[in-house]
Design a protein around this ligand. Sequence first.
Ligand SMILES: Nc1ncnc2c1ncn2[C@@H]1O[C@H](COP(=O)(O)OP(=O)(O)O)[C@@H](O)[C@H]1O
Ligand SMILES: [Mg+2]
Length: 237
Amino acid sequence: MENNICPVCGGLGWVIKNNGVKKCVCKYSEITENIFNRMNIPKRYRDKDLSNFVPDPEAGHEFILMRIEDYINSDDYEKGKGLFLVGSPGVGKTHLAVGILKEFFRRKGIVGLFYDTRSLLFKLKSSFDGSSSAREILEEVVETPILVLDDLGSERLSDWARDILHYIIINRYNDLKPIIITSNIDLKTSRKTEGDILENTLEERMGQAIASRLSEICEVLPVKGKDKRGSSLTEIK
Ligand SMILES: Nc1ncnc2c1ncn2[C@@H]1O[C@H](COP(=O)(O)OP(=O)(O)O)[C@@H](O)[C@H]1O
Ligand SMILES: [Mg+2]
């Protein structure tokens, strides 16, 4: 029964400190938990931070973390500049994007919004009968001070999905609102995979208008390294 009671404040939410009372850390974590819900940060990534991203020097992670630090500390985001984190699956792109969002909140009090692109499109589509909920979601995505679009371009897009993404990206571009993108395909230039197969680019999947705007407003950061997620599967193979 007593398991859920905070040992520091005994469940009051306040502790006596010096000459007054102070919010207990448990209340603070409750508040941040609510904020992370508002930001739509997935549960799996709640404890992911820039500070617990372990840099692999061989993969050039120190440089990536330095660029991210510079970005957060600069006023680039106010000018609508964003980041485009590109790399193979499992190298830590989503971890970094969540870390950036959380850092904007901690350092600047900015409450952004995280969306896995496919889930966003699915959510919009399933409520897109002209209903107010779809419009509200779309409005929130366009208006939020900082938006993460996770896994953009991971699949071929229908005309409808392309139109929606155009709408979001063009509106944010026009309003100088930054986007942090993660993707496993390049923005423009094709690259060869290990299997020597030429991959598609976002330009091919979403059109030149979007790709050129994104390359104008986003700094491209190639994230390299080992697949942290699928290493055991690779060994079985
Ligand atoms: N350098 C790293 N340090 C700590 N954890 C990492 C690192 N790279 C990846 N991970 C972890 O590996 C898992 C997969 O990373 P994720 O960010 O989902 O990859 P991606 O989005 O590139 O596919 C996550 O649990 C993530 O926290
Ligand atoms: Mg990811």
